[in-house]
Design a protein around this ligand. Structure first.
Ligand code: UDP
Length: 416
């Protein structure tokens, strides 16, 4: 296990984006659990939505009087191969879970549980990668409440994968999911599960106005660094290179759009997080499919300010996922007033209201995806209206202080 150091931030600095009532509610919620010792545990400090949220969440928790810490697993590549299969299996794509995979998983989580250093009131284990630590931790820390925060789509899990976690789930004191339907598969009562929507940090370099950036961040946000032409229409998808994000479906939709908007460009902004071994393979498949097209760009491992600039430069942000726990990328785009065409799966319809702040399409419907992109490219008034509504959706529902308040209320209600 390794401790992650976060950059300090103050609640005051959120004043510009929060109304007085919300600020007071967040302070109240945090005041109810002052000095509570909370440790978050996940599998990576960089890349993907969970790490994205934990950096500011832990920092802000500390500013508001909690005693929060964050630790990440130490694990070999073989573990991440297995946990990616587990992630896929729990999202319904169940390759067989072999004895060797089970052993690799159990061995790594046992080592990490043994190395866990944290005498906490509440431990929040994020996602299946860390869930297997629970039995041994609960035995060693009988006074600690163990929360499992599952960020993935559990609507249709492969039974073998769910069964693999049966004992771990039995030790969970409370589970947190992003939609009520994700809890149906869990052997926990309604009282033992809470729905919490993820959130974005408006003060992060990823989401701040570009004019607020300085130094390296400002340089990274300069569009001249990237191969896109700011004078031509631009479709962007920001996602890990992962089959669930359907990048090849995005290419198909782009090709249809190009038939009526010949100068359209497509950019994939995709990182390769440490805990996602499929990234290289999927990247290569997308690259092979598009390398003869100078209007398609694959931008890997951009700094956060670069992601920010691309989300703002886009005329449409796509999120064409086939399964999706939540998709922070959607709120990130909406916050920047960029309209989103998103698949009607998982957490995307929590954020996109069809025709109001973006469009929802059925996940494999290329024609509809292309049609909605075309409409937005061809009608600036429509794009502006949807973009403005999108920012308001995020301001009301998907900003970090609200997420912190939800956690604090949950912690206060836990039986400890
Ligand atoms: N992201 C990034 N660089 C990339 C691709 C993704 O910083 O090249 C970020 C993205 O902006 C978002 C997070 O990674 O904050 C992805 O979170 P999301 O919930 O959309 O998907 P997940 O990766 O957790 O499935």
């Amino acid at each position: 296990m390794q401790s992650v150091t976060t950059t300090a931030r103050t609640f005051e600095s959120y004043a510009a984006v929060l109304d007085a009532e919300t600020s007071a509610a967040v302070r109240d919620a945090a005041g109810g659990v002052e000095c509570l010792r909370v440790v978050h545990v996940n599998s990576t400090a960089d890349g993907g939505g969970v790490a994205e949220m934990l950096h500011p969440l832990v920092a802000l928790s500390n500013d508001l009087g909690l005693d929060a810490d964050w630790q990440v697993l130490t694990a070999p590549d073989a573990f991440y191969e297995v946990t990616k299969a587990i992630h896929n299996g729990l999202q319904g794509d169940g390759d067989p879970l072999t004895d060797a995979m089970r052993a690799t998983y159990r061995e790594t989580v046992a080592e990490n549980a043994a190395a866990f250093d944290g005498d906490a009131d509440v431990v929040v284990l994020h996602d299946p990668q860390t869930l297997g630590m629970i039995g041994s931790l609960a035995e060693r820390h009988p006074d600690t409440a163990f929360v499992w925060r599952c960020h993935i789509d559990l609507t249709d899990p492969s039974p073998a994968y769910l069964e693999f976690f049966a004992e771990d789930l039995a030790a969970v004191d409370h589970a947190v999911v992003s939609r009520p339907a994700y809890a149906d598969a869990l052997p926990l009562s309604d009282a033992e599960t809470t729905v919490v929507h993820p959130a974005i940090d408006p003060l992060a370099p990823k989401n701040r106005p570009l004019d607020d950036l300085s130094g390296d961040a400002a340089a990274a946000a300069d569009l001249d660094r990237y191969p896109v032409d700011p004078d031509r229409p631009l479709l962007v998808q920001v996602s890990r290179f992962d089959p669930w994000k359907d990048p090849l479906g995005v290419v198909d939709a782009y090709r249809q759009v190009r038939e009526s908007v010949p100068d359209v460009q497509l950019a994939f902004v995709g990182g390769m997080p440490d805990d996602d071994p499929e990234g290289v393979e999927v990247f290569e498949a997308v690259d092979a499919e598009t390398d003869d097209d100078p209007s398609v760009h694959l931008l890997t491992d951009l700094p956060d300010a670069g992601v920010n600039a691309m989300q703002r430069a886009a005329d449409v942000v796509l999120q064409k996922s086939l399964r999706e726990g939540f998709a922070l990328t959607v709120s990130e785009a909406l916050w920047k007033e960029t309209p989103v065409v998103g698949a009607n799966v998982g957490g995307i319809p929590l954020q996109v209201v069809d025709g109001e702040n973006g469009y929802l399409v059925e996940p494999r419907d290329i024609d509809a995806t292309a049609d909605r992109c075309r409409r937005l490219l061809e009608d600036e008034t429509l794009a502006d209206r949807l973009g403005t509504a999108g920012r308001e959706t995020v301001r009301r529902q998907f900003l970090l202080p609200r997420l912190l308040a939800d956690y604090c209320e949950l912690f206060a209600a836990l039986d400890r």
